[in-house]
Design a binder for this molecule. Sequence first.
Ligand SMILES: [Zn+2]
Length: 291
Amino acid sequence: MSAKDIGNGYWKEKWNYAPKFIGPVSEETKNDFLIARVMNVHQVSSFIWTTFEKHIIAAAIKAGNNLLKVNGFKPMRIFDNQIIILDDEVYEKNVKMSENEGGNCSFGYIFLRKNKDRCHFVIDIAHEISHLFSFYSVSVKENKECRSIDFYQLGFHSLSEKGNSPCFGLNEAATDLWSKVVLREMERVGAFDNLFSKEEKGRIFYEFAYALHVHLIEEVFLNKSEKFIWPFFKSYFDGSNDFLELVKQEMPEVLRIIKNVDNTQESVVKAAYEIGGDKLRDKILQENVKK
Ligand SMILES: [Zn+2]
């Protein structure tokens, strides 16, 4: 991506953002990237939202901000034009990165499939909005002719200079888990009143996009000791190393394994086996059948 493609705008309210400069860059470039840049990299525009979609999106953003405040973080404004709803055909052609994804979040925008299943839409929007609230970083390189900017970090997921992609799976687990906190908050303030049956709410609260990832993180850290919970969510939002440092201290043998889990189920199964042998692997797989 070259400098001429940049220019969709700044996101002043994005407090949990930091640029990563690769190599020497000018003062001008440093200044230009002090504030988060957002870019509609797929260059697609949204369907007009239905009344239902509008209601759910506004409620999810409000709930997300309430939760930031409650946890001692600054709330942030998310603008309507950062959320792009597309039909399947346009999504498949322009946006899709992996099989079965309901949406994705890149460079400060959410791209979401228009979903006829309302529960699915609610699950997907809460997941993608959680990504949007999480820590955000772009890398910036500069030479005489141009600047180039690229994805660097979203939540836990970063792109290392060696070209690999650490913490991809960890980030999806954090996003799924946080999205459920957001959905509970939406329920608490009555956002789902008269919209969903008890059964549908069950789906909304317990259906995960990355169920195996969630089970693994819960089993290895969050259910094992409460001391992991706050650093886990804190690092997701502020981009700090608190959680990974704690893992390094408490379970050094697990750090590399967790960082290497990608977005596939196979990588979770492999990690579970490496951490806890047959026993943990079978437990994670069983959890998945139960829910
Ligand atoms: Zn995701």
